[in-house]
Design a protein. Sequence first.
Lengths: 164, 595
Amino acid sequence: MTQITNLVKSLADRHGRYNESLLPILQGVVDENKFLSEEAMVEIARELDISAARVYGTASFYSFLNTEPMGKHVIRVCKTITCMMHGKNHIIQEIEKTLKIKLGETTHDGKFTLVETNCLGQCHKGPAMLINDTPYTNLTPEKTREILQSFIENEALSSTTNLN
Amino acid sequence: MNKVNLVIDHIEVSVAQGLNILEAAKQLKIRIPTLCYHEDLCVAGNCRVCVVEQVGSDRLLPACATPVAEGMEILTNSLKVRNARKSVIDLLVSEHRAECTRCYKNGECELQSLSSEYLIGEDTYIDLVPLKNYSIDYFSPSIIKDDSKCIRCQRCVRTCDYLQDIGALTVAHKGKDMKISSFFEKPMYEVVCTNCGQCVNRCPTGALIERNYIDEVWTAINDPKKHLVVQTAPAVRIALGEVLGMKPGNIVTGKMVAALRRLGFDSVLDTDFTADLTIIEEGNELLKRLKGALVDNNPDVNLPMTTSCSPGWIKYVEHMYPEYLPNVSTAKSPQQMFGALVKTYYAKKVKIDPENIVSVSIMPCTAKKYEANRPEMQASGYRDVDLVLTTREFARMIKQAGINFEALENEEFDSFMGTSSGAAVIFGASGGVMEAALRTAYEIVTGKEVPFDGLNITPVRGMEEVKEATIKIENTLPDWSFLEGVELKTCVTHSLANAKKVMDSVKKGEAQYHFIEVMACPGGCLGGGGQPIPTNLEIRRERSKAIYQEDAGKPIRKSHENPEVVKLYDEFLKEPLGNKSHELLHTSYVRRNRY
């Protein structure tokens, strides 16, 4: 059995094999793999005895259930009107410049992905972004650069630790 | 049953509790327009075309999704209702690529007729089609899916999910991006779609249509070098009339044959002939399997055996139950057997080079187009069947040719390969193949006719979801003594949602059958995806009645008594399951992905 088959099986054992088990299983796979591959969706469909298209349809409804490969750290910048008026475009430009990727892209080393997202509920502290599960607010280009730098340094550190 | 009293358009009516407003209005012969609603499907209530006004309430109610209540006062045609409906239709049109004059569904589109009824004029709303990022999927030989014409009513999704339990189509994404999609938006050709065409039968617009081969057939007809042979499936003759101005349930066999000659086919033959042949091959295959299991205790023999006539069912097994492929009869479907014989037996007898023969079939089915295209279907060195037309495409050709169908005199099929038994005719209804097989197999084994009044094996007939019949075999002929006292357990089912139930109970070991008949479409081929639109249970019942009427009126009722089939074995095939049969009339299947 492949790794994904095992993962889906263990998630189904935990959450059950009912219609309502679909979402927690999808979330579980995303937690583990950052995205839902075709193979993962077919396995989930097989495990729950539902159609693969239905798994895909459900996943495609939710912004946080990615159906394309994502980097280790997913940066989601709020695109809605308040953050827009607070200058989210400058924030995005800053991230693009620092990470050398465009909106929607993943860095070559697979560490970062930059996307936009709908309202994060931080309108009073915009512009806001989410890196993985942590919100960052009252962003300025400088502050954004510092946040990214700390992530980049941590990554560099962990790769040297791995080498040792 | 409890009755509910209400007033619809100032008329008092008393209806059964639990009905919705739409059904209540129908009892008063008031038509409320609908789009997403379909009698065969669960209620979705998403299009809002059927809104009505409840006196005293500000909100309009969807008639299809609102149950009747005591004392309700409903207006189905108030100004408020008309304006709301007009806006709804107008909005739907704004996301529909309304290229009506070029559309295949022109004249048969429900959205088109509603916009005509509600006088949708100049564009009130912005045309959303250019912003839709739509795609058109032309890859399947059976079905074309054009998202630009989709109004997202989800009839197709409900058909695929609830009627067929395949779920090849789903609702993907959300809001303005919401669309009807297959797995990962792959072409229909690559996914679990069985090509059954039930979605095509129910799509209110031109978003899902059959891939038509009308021009190809006209071109072949007009090519003097080509010899055109046409075969017609059993279920076509009992439904064709519906598209040509007649009521459901009319048997139009004679007129159909006459029309085909008028269109210019050189030889008008009958798929029913190979339906009889299928029974001989499949019946013998079943007996061989029974012998293998009961006498030789051969562990490689797979029972229950299932029928193989329905190409939708075949593809479904290939995707969803690949471990049961060895249980599917290896006999080709009647269409393919016919095609294989046309390019060999027929060609030789009429002394025409098979190279110059174009083999056309008229089918109640969209999946037959896919079947004819399968790579294995050319054992003779030539394509068994070159072009497949649905009942609807055939009707269109009749109209194009300016033929007054109702006025045609009845004509007879050409001979040979034109004669058939009543057993072949009932292939068009769910239970027909089983009944035909039993009429023949029982007689092979016992030398006597099946013990049913008038050869009518009624337990396998009708629209019940799963039909079971057990036949005790007694007083066998010496060759078949191993079947003495055996209770032959059979099961008949139609529509793939029911087939799934049967297969799951077989898989769990809950059901022990010897022989299972599965037809992918509701009611069997008579409810096929290539049959006239609209379809509903009532219409399918009428078609079914016509089929059994045709059977009862046939001089020969059993496949093995078809003189042309007997002759075919004498002159060409020699014996059932023999070398020639194996080469031309049997096939193999492939495992496919589960999406």
